[in-house]
Ligand binder design. Structure first.
Ligand code: 13P
Ligand code: SF4
Length: 358
């Protein structure tokens, strides 16, 4: 019999439906669940037959997140799991750069992302050529790329990081004596992390005089002009409006939000940090400034917590991943992440360094 939180891979259609009804009660209407149960059962059966593992990012919609995934988490957690899995096939229910990271860690395995459309504005915002140009301009700088980059950009990077370990990566580099750190491509993550650590930040397009004003023996974080098309839309006015309506609520925001938003919220953190906070810290209510599905998933996970759920900001890329596409992906073994061996070889080291700093 399925337990409270895990659906047995050999569950019958009726058991699948009952599990989904219990788990998603109050979040997804029963009529919707009944329409999805067959797809969920078929995915779980195929997964077993093909020795596949399904990794689900915290932004997956609740009917997928809570039913067919073997592991869920933020980018860092899922990278660690991808590095350790002994499954033959990794199905990454997340966006394309996440599938690439899993492939770089497992070049011999089949890695699938169920939709080719699942991109990311940050990953699309910088290329290997851009980084080569920056390195010419700042030859003394060490290059840290957010994991939200494509593999070609990673080949030009010294370290990768996620929002879950950006501060630890910066501390490690400063302790090792680096004083100029190119932190790419998310301007807001770079500025927010630098501010949290008390390190000056300059965008790469700043005037030469601004760079000259920072003594060479002092750390400086240099950013790029990438942004997340979802998180950049949160505003300080929105935070004020939530606070005046719900003065008791704890507001948690992803550090891809603009600095003027971060200045007004209570907690900044990766999606895993948000999960941990809501699990561990009791509050009258919680409001998350991040992709909307995440709040739905936390409402499923922590039914005793009062999570105010915003509805206006969704990541279209994450939302391309559906149960139906996941089933088709397993049936047809699509869409395979393929990378040139030399790209895999060069992109591996910065990813391994990222995983080592936690
Ligand atoms: P996390 O690593 O915090 O899960 O963030 C990934 C992401 O794409 C945020 O928009
Ligand atoms: Fe990329 Fe933003 Fe979507 Fe995350 S929410 S995948 S950073 S576009």
């Amino acid at each position: 019999m399925p337990d409270e939180k895990t659906l047995s891979p050999i569950a019958t259609l009726d058991e699948t439906r009952q599990f989904m009804r219990r788990r998603l009660h109050g979040i997804v209407p029963e009529s919707d669940i009944d329409a999805k149960a067959q797809t969920v059962q078929a995915i779980n059966q195929l997964k077993r037959e093909k020795n596949a593992v399904i990794l689900g990012h915290n932004y997956m919609e609740p009917a997928l997140y809570s039913t067919v995934t073997d592991h869920v988490g933020d980018s860092l957690q899922l990278s660690v799991i991808a590095a350790r899995t002994d499954a033959d096939i990794i199905v990454f229910c997340g966006v394309w750069f996440m599938g690439e990271t899993a492939k770089i860690l497992n070049p011999q395995k089949t890695v699938l992302v169920p939709s080719k459309e699942a991109g990311c504005s940050l990953a699309e915002g910088i290329t290997a050529d851009d980084i080569r140009t920056l390195k010419k301009r700042f030859p003394e700088a060490v290059v840290v790329s957010y994991v939200n980059t494509y593999a070609d950009a990673k080949t030009e990077s010294d370290y990768c990081c996620t929002s879950g370990n950006a501060d630890k990566v910066l501390s490690t580099l400063i302790a090792a004596g680096h004083r100029r750190i190119l932190f790419l491509p998310d301007r807001y993550l770079a500025a927010n992390t630098a501010a949290k650590m008390g390190i000056p930040f300059l965008p790469s397009e700043a005037e030469a005089s601004a760079f000259e004003a920072v003594p060479g023996d002092q750390p400086l974080v240099i950013g790029w002009h990438g942004t997340c098309e979802v998180h950049e839309l949160f505003t300080p006015e929105q935070v004020d409006a939530i606070r005046s309506e719900h003065p008791e609520t704890v507001i948690l925001a992803h550090p891809e939000c603009p600095p003027e938003v971060m200045a007004k919220v209570d907690i900044s953190g990766s999606t895993k940090a948000m999960v941990d906070y809501i699990r561990d810290v009791e509050a009258p209510s919680y409001t998350l400034l991040t992709e909307t599905a995440m709040s739905d998933n936390l409402a499923v996970e922590f039914p005793h917590r009062n999570i105010l759920r915003l509805t206006n900001l969704r990541c279209k890329h994450m939302n391309y991943i559906t149960l139906e596409d996941t089933l088709e992906g397993l049936q047809k073994l699509q869409y395979k992440v393929e990378l040139a061996p030399e790209v895999i070889e060069k992109a591996l080291l910065p990813i391994q360094r990222m995983i080592a700093i936690r």
